[in-house]
Ligand binder design. Structure first.
Ligand SMILES: [Zn+2]
Length: 304
């Protein structure tokens, strides 16, 4: 029976998987509900060609988009205890992790890579929302600390791209510990005099927005991204007031001074290159030139 379940079944599943690829030829835009040919969506950087809605992007796609020539080196995340609380709700936490790994091909919800952006050294730490909602547990926190250390070591900028529902509830208090830890990680980069840039992607909420995500030297947001701490419905119920339209969206945050710019995905790389160059390669100061002395018609001081 073991031989059947362990060997034959996966093989059959593998064959089935290949067969159902054509079903995924089309994607539906969650904003305008129009169908988009999968290849068109990918070549358009997962931005809906009909309405401009920015769909979520995988962490490794972020790295490919932002590094020079899409070339980068990934680092392995530090090893952390798996399921320290032996947590179980509807499902075992270890099973959820296994599902996340199968679905994304990633070990955790964070990808850390280094390379060059505009010729300047940079480290990118990008969240993968597909992996347990991009939630931040021990491994993600440790990954962010490692990214900050790497940036300091390489004298590189640190660019973090959150796309996360917040702290990982299956790790309880241990995930909350990652809030101060990631804040310290961001501080280390700043103390080394290196740029710490955050690109807020949909969604940046909960414990992630309550820690490093709001501390960028420059806060860039993608159009239409939800950025906030508690959900809009929870706030409405608590304060018993109707929230204004566009509340917790990038554009609203820009209007209220919480982010520095809202940049469409197509312009993200060039904006990043320009920003990093401004911060790291300031143009030489203007030369001071002697001005020809204007012939002023000042009457010579005479006797009073
Ligand atoms: Zn659309």
């Amino acid at each position: 029976m073991n031989w059947l379940t362990n060997f034959i079944r996966p093989k059959i599943k593998g064959l089935m998987r290949k067969a159902d690829v054509p079903e995924n030829l089309w994607d539906k835009c969650p904003a305008c509900t129009k169908m988009i040919f999968h290849r068109d969506l990918e070549s358009n950087l997962r931005v809906c060609p009909h309405c401009g809605h920015h769909l979520r992007m995988r962490a490794k796609q972020r790295a490919e988009l932002l590094f020079d020539d899409g070339a980068y080196t990934r680092i392995e995340l530090p090893k952390t205890p798996v399921d320290p609380l032996r947590f179980r709700d509807g499902k075992r936490y270890t099973d959820r992790l296994k599902d996340g790994r199968e679905k994304t091909g990633e070990a955790e919800a964070l990808v850390v890579a280094h390379g060059r952006i505009g010729g300047l050294p940079a480290v990118i730490a990008a969240f993968d929302f597909e992996f347990l909602g991009g939630s931040m547990g021990l491994a993600v926190g440790e990954g962010l600390v490692a990214a900050a250390k790497l940036a300091v070591l390489q004298q590189a900028s640190l660019i973090v791209i959150p796309s996360s529902g917040g702290a990982r509830m299956q790790e309880g208090i241990l995930s909350l510990m990652q809030l101060p830890r990631t804040v310290i990680a961001a501080e280390q980069v700043k103390e080394a005099g290196l740029p710490f840039i955050v690109i807020l992607a949909d969604p940046t909420t909960g414990g992630v927005s309550a820690s490093f995500a709001m501390l960028g030297d420059i806060a860039i947001a993608e159009p239409g991204a939800i950025i906030g701490f508690a959900g809009a419905r929870v706030i409405e119920e608590t304060i018993r007031e109707k929230l204004p339209p566009g509340f917790q969206r990038s554009e609203y945050l820009l209007e209220h001074g919480m982010v520095d710019m809202v940049v469409p995905r197509h312009k993200l790389r060039e904006t990043l290159v320009r920003t990093l160059k401004l911060l790291l390669q300031p143009t030489p100061r203007a030369e001071v030139l002697a001005m020809p002395r204007p012939a002023l018609d000042i009457p010579a001081p005479g006797p009073r």
